[in-house]
Design a protein around this ligand. Sequence first.
Ligand SMILES: Cc1cc2nc3c(=O)[nH]c(=O)nc-3n(C[C@H](O)[C@H](O)[C@H](O)COP(=O)(O)OP(=O)(O)OC[C@H]3O[C@@H](n4cnc5c(N)ncnc54)[C@H](O)[C@@H]3O)c2cc1C
Length: 225
Amino acid sequence: MIPASFDYVAPPTLPEAVAELVKHGQEAKVLAGGHSLIPLMKLRLSTPSFLVDLGRISNLNYIREEDGHIAIGALTSHHDIEFSDLLKQKLSLLTSAATQIGDPQVRNRGTIGGAAAHADPFGDFPACLLALDAEFKLVGPTGERSVAAKDFFIDTFTSALEPNEILREIRIATPPPGSRATYLKFSRRSQDWAIVAVAAQVRVTGHTFVRRRNGRPKAPIPRRT
Ligand SMILES: Cc1cc2nc3c(=O)[nH]c(=O)nc-3n(C[C@H](O)[C@H](O)[C@H](O)COP(=O)(O)OP(=O)(O)OC[C@H]3O[C@@H](n4cnc5c(N)ncnc54)[C@H](O)[C@@H]3O)c2cc1C
């Protein structure tokens, strides 16, 4: 399928990208990895007449720890999340989910910002970002605002992003020592979207000893919060 015709711009900075969105209003759409938007355009389920490609903006691709938080730039690919040593160590929920997204081609092109903005309930990252109480930094014509994950994901394919706003960064509080995480995904075929998935982030704070009938203590059961 061939998408409807559209104009295209790839501005080099975030303010210029926001200005393009303001100029073209509802007709414009942001393009990141294109692995959700382009298929929708090919099926003509989305017909923007103007695309603002973020691909030339250099400072939106990073994973770093600062002030007790882990900050992830919106253009960070699923692949970079999957292989980040920092995330493997401190936010394994995200690396574990990233390994289960599509195939290597999808993981090389798709971005965490695009996955969040797309707000697909079958997507792997939205559930993780909710479980992690992530914070979303949105940039628009009047400046920047922060939105908590519980307020960001509004409904199926609907986020708190205004049409002239761009998701710049996702921030997650570094989990305290003793934290554990897992992402479990059930799908009918490998590399497919989830039919059901569970994202869990817990903190082990102490131990409870359970006594067996024979009086001997059983292995300690970690208490979770
Ligand atoms: C074959 C295939 C298999 C897939 N399998 C899975 C899977 O198993 N699990 C899974 O979770 N996903 C899967 N995906 C989706 C993939 O993860 C997408 O890459 C992701 O959902 C969207 O990211 P993107 O960067 O490609 O965004 P795009 O397609 O470029 O954009 C998606 C939407 O978000 C908006 N947008 C993008 N970035 C921003 C931003 N920074 N600020 C504001 N708005 C923005 C766009 O305007 C558009 O509406 C699959 C995709 C394909 C093609």
